[in-house]
Design a protein around this ligand. Structure first.
Ligand code: SAM
Length: 250
């Protein structure tokens, strides 16, 4: 997968060199290019923002530098053989970024991110590129950050771990919170590792029973308990009949 990020703070994306994403890049599973938007500014102050039409506080990012930057990055990508890009626009007014959306984005061969600053990007930029490619306006939560770079890190990490071969164990994300499947829409329950007793605290007996059916049932029950406590809104979406069918199998 190819990822391009256009930003006025390229150094903010340095974490993409470490851990899972960094390793995926080193192995050639992920091709990440970070571009400084100011390269496409016109004046000697490298201005990329201006006052908003209609008045009000804050500044708005200008169409010119964004248009030129995106045209150049797209042309370079096409020239190198990249195909079917999608624009990912971080914004608090976008659709919520969910695991389902991460799965959808992980299918795409090329993502182009436009993290903004100030009051965001002049609307005409999104409108222009929406005529040429799918545009995903995504919010990583109901709060307002100073810029979209942190959102790019969040989306990239969630997407990268779904790419084939990126996680050491391909099964690792199967039981994650929100993962599609029998436990869809449930949060993952608690997890344990050695030693069996720590500061007088043991582990649930069932986990060392060797009985896979009972372990799966215990995990399901804990997931339900945790979801009911922390995200009652998700419980309403659960397929209770599917759980009943599973129980009959144990
Ligand atoms: N005035 C904008 C509003 O209220 O919707 C907020 C602009 S914010 C200060 C600057 C930039 O940070 C946004 O354009 C976006 O790129 C990014 N950003 C802030 N909060 C975000 C969120 N929850 N999810 C994704 N991106 C966010």
């Amino acid at each position: 997968m190819r990822l391009d990020v256009v930003t006025i703070f390229p150094e903010y994306l340095d974490p993409l060199n470490v851990s899972l994403v960094g390793k995926a890049r080193a192995r050639g599973q992920l091709d990440v290019r970070v571009h400084d938007l100011r390269r496409w500014a016109y004046d000697r102050h490298s201005t990329v923002d201006d006052t908003p039409y209609g008045g009000g506080p804050g500044m708005v990012m200008k169409t010119g530098p964004w248009g030129d930057a995106l045209d150049t990055v797209l042309a370079e990508g096409y020239e190198e053989g990249a195909r079917t890009p999608a624009l990912v626009v971080p914004t608090p007014s976008g659709r919520p970024f969910t695991q389902k959306l991460a799965v959808e984005l992980a299918q795409r061969p090329w993502l182009l991110f436009t993290p903004a600053r100030y009051e965001g990007i002049d609307r005409r930029v999104v409108e222009e590129y929406a005529t040429r490619m799918p545009v995903y306006e995504v919010s990583i939560g109901d709060y307002v950050l100073a810029g979209g770079e942190a959102a790019v890190l969040v989306v990239t990490e969630a997407v990268a771990r779904l790419l084939p071969g990126v996680l050491g164990n391909a099964e690792s994300h199967r039981d994650d919170s929100f993962a599609p499947g029998a436990m869809a829409d449930l949060l993952e329950g608690p997890v344990y590792t050695k030693p069996p007793v720590w500061r007088g605290r043991g582990i649930p007996e069932v986990l060392v029973s060797g009985h896979h059916g009972r372990i799966a049932r215990w995990r399901r029950d804990e997931a339900l308990r945790r979801t009911a406590a922390n995200r009652p809104d998700l419980i309403e979406r659960c397929d209770a009949a599917a759980f009943d069918r599973k129980d009959r199998e144990v």
